[in-house]
Design a protein around this ligand. Structure first.
Ligand code: COI
Length: 331
């Protein structure tokens, strides 16, 4: 059996080598290159391909992969919003993702960023770097004084709720598919409008599926409290970024944390040192003291990377053996 992995980064190699050492019967080959119509041929002769979500897996890419005989595709990440499922179905692809690699990685990052926004650490760090050690005017706010609206109570949202409760915050939650544990705690409100009306800070933990596209737009923002904080480490397409920038300009949004950006492909996970950003909106957002931008790194922890590699490789083996792994995507 042969598995070909695309886009293997240096930090993934130890996890891949570790997996290989426990699966000597599997031939594993990999490249740093991402899966594209041009690189699809590298997987020729393999039983499964393993990838992570950096580019769109278009009809063209999937066709190129199936033409070299590979129709088992295991993602090392959770999001599947980059896959042309219509084409995948026509081409009979088996697809798996890693739905739970480390919910804590993303939940912790979101809540750390939310706390940093409340304590104005970006402004404080900038002052300290200039040797200004005065307190004022960089006064912070406490997490326990906030009502935090958590949108999405899946694995990640639920860890975020636990962290917030540890800090003593009041949590209100919304999910189209309520979770019994969160319902038992009485945290759900009936609608997003109700959540917007109550929340001092809104944190997003929902997938980037089409029905969630630009859910945070001018009309949603207008329903939020004046001076609301918004934190998004889920998917960039959840936010109409122009409306977020308008909200920051008017002061309606007091602080904003973003780990994801709708136009992040080709921008995030690239080195722009000593170069101008090709995107003026990102340049503007990064320059603001009340905005924290991270380049889709909420997931990026040693534990998460290990799980992403190991679980996706296990799924690739299962597909190659004609089995359906428990993490196969049903589509
Ligand atoms: C995901 O798992 O979907 C992420 O957002 C992480 C990244 C490797 C794409």
């Amino acid at each position: 059996m042969k598995i070909f992995a695309y886009g293997i980064r240096d930090d993934e190699k130890p996890s891949l080598e570790d997996w290989k050492s426990t699966h000597p019967e599997v031939e594993v080959d990999y490249t740093q290159e991402l899966l594209t119509p041009e690189t699809a041929k590298l997987a020729s002769g393999s039983d499964s391909a393993v990838v992570y979500q950096q580019l769109d897996y278009t009809r063209e890419t999937l066709t190129a992969l199936s033409e070299v005989g590979v129709t088992n595709l295991s993602l090392r990440n959770v999001g599947t919003d980059n896959i042309d499922f219509e084409a995948a179905k026509e081409l009979n692809f088996n697809i798996s993702n890693v739905p739970v690699y480390s919910p804590n990685a993303i939940a912790e990052h979101s809540m750390i960023q939310l706390s940093r926004l409340l304590r104005r650490t970006k402004a404080l760090d900038a002052k300290i770097a200039k040797h200004d050690l005065r307190w004022a005017p960089t006064i912070g706010r406490e997490v326990r004084m906030q009502t935090v609206g958590v949108i999405g109570t899946g694995n990640i949202g639920r860890v975020a709720i636990k962290i917030l409760q540890g800090f003593g915050a009041k949590v209100v939650a919304y999910d189209k598919f309520p979770n019994a544990e969160i319902a038992a705690q009485g945290l759900y409100v009936d609608s997003l409008d109700e959540l917007y009306a109550q929340a001092d800070a809104v944190a997003l933990f929902v997938p980037g599926v089409p029905e969630n596209h630009h859910m945070i737009d001018a009309s949603a923002i207008a329903k939020m409290k004046d001076g609301v904080i918004i934190m998004n480490a889920s998917r960039g397409n959840l936010m109409a970024i122009d409306d977020i920038i308008d909200g920051l300009n008017s002061g309606k949004i007091s602080d904003f944390g973003m780990d994801v950006y709708e136009e992040e492909v080709g921008l995030f996970n690239e080195d722009w040192s000593n170069k101008e950003f090709p995107d003026s909106k990102i340049a503007d957002l990064i320059s603001r003291e009340n905005v924290l931008v991270t380049p889709h790194t909420a997931f990026y922890t040693t534990k998460a990377v290990l799980e992403m590699v190991h679980q996706s490789m296990d799924a690739a083996v299962a597909f190659a053996n004609g089995e359906t792994p428990s993490i196969a995507v049903k589509y």
